[in-house]
Write a protein of this length. Structure first.
Ligand SMILES: NC(=O)c1ccc[n+]([C@@H]2O[C@H](COP(=O)([O-])OP(=O)(O)OC[C@H]3O[C@@H](n4cnc5c(N)ncnc54)[C@H](O)[C@@H]3O)[C@@H](O)[C@H]2O)c1
Length: 278
């Protein structure tokens, strides 16, 4: 344990999907620093295996859109460490983009497979193992596109909304086994996914700064910190919850139009002489 960390995941066995990059990588680094025993899964074998080697963790190649590969990752974790305490369903892509009127059904289904089916598979197979021990935490990545329309492509938005619904539904069944199920919904976060959309890291940082009401870009380690909280005993009674980490974007009221009234001197606009109002 280093001086900055407090061992909040000491000896906890944690499986992270999509761990080779971005938020998954940041979660792996933070959970490792907090004492977790990690298994990293990703479709990107080279980066995933390299990170695992750095952390003394194990790596398993897995495509999360394939049920048997998610199940294999869970079984690998249990074989190696005797149990699974925490499953993080993080792997993702942008998926189908463009007008709803042009969206191709195969691209739609491929998006749902990676972003939604994967979460179903992760919850299903992790819960089967956690039930035996009557404890466990399952976390999944939604998005601010999962709580509002118009913030992401259609297929992505639909999948991320569904992740929140599935989180609530699974939590309601699995609480009887002592299993907590939660989601994290990040705003635009500077990761290779966003860098790819924006055309580089500098442009991604600039874009994430522009959309942040707090005026600074959201970074992957801040999403990792939210995952750590939900995974830890500090959140022992938090389940069926979606923790939005978005610098306030989805609270609304940050568009320049909103300040037209907010920034006026205090007054009352309406018919005079009503109630207490001037
Ligand atoms: N970056 C953001 O702004 C943002 C915002 C909200 C939600 N999210 C969500 O956070 C999660 C992580 O995103 P990120 O920004 O870190 O992306 P990223 O591209 O940096 O990392 C995603 C990782 O998932 C892996 N992956 C992709 N498809 C896979 C598959 N089929 N099987 C296994 N692994 C696969 C990739 O190889 C990569 O390592 C995603 O679910 C994403 O939708 C990201």
């Amino acid at each position: 344990m280093n001086a900055q960390t407090t061992g909040r995941m000491q000896d906890k066995v944690v499986l992270v999907t999509g761990a080779a990059s971005g938020i998954g990588e940041a979660a792996a680094l933070l959970f490792h620093a907090e004492g977790a025993r990690l298994v990293l899964a990703d479709i990107d074998q080279e980066r995933g295996a390299a990170l695992a080697a750095r952390l003394g963790a194990s790596f398993i190649a897995a495509d999360v859109s394939r049920e048997e590969q998610v199940e294999a990752a869970v079984l690998h974790t249990v074989r190696q460490h005797g149990r699974i305490d925490c499953m993080i369903n993080n792997a993702g892509v942008v998926g189908a983009v463009g007008s709803i009127m042009e969206t191709d059904a195969r691209a739609w289904h491929a998006t749902q497979a990676i972003l939604l089916d994967s979460v179903f598979f992760g919850i299903k197979h992790a819960a089967r193992r956690m039930r035996e021990r009557r404890s466990g935490v399952i976390l999944s990545l939604s998005s601010i596109a999962g709580v509002m329309g118009g913030l992401g492509p259609h297929a992505y938005t639909a999948a991320k909304h569904a992740v929140i619904g599935l989180t609530r539904s699974a939590a309601s069944e699995l609480s009887q086994y002592g299993i907590r199920v939660n989601a994290v919904a990040p705003g635009t976060t500077v990761t290779p996914l966003v860098e790819g959309i924006r055309g580089g890291r500098e442009a991604a940082i600039q874009g994430a700064t522009q959309v942040s009401p707090l005026g600074s870009p959201l970074m992957p380690d801040e999403i990792a910190a939210a995952l750590l909280y939900l995974a830890s005993d500090a959140a022992a009674h938090v389940t069926a919850h979606t923790l939005v980490v978005d610098s306030g974007v989805t609270a609304g009221g940050f568009a320049s139009g909103a300040s037209v009234l907010r920034d006026r001197p205090m007054s009352f606009i309406g018919p005079s002489g009503q109630g207490e109002h001037p």
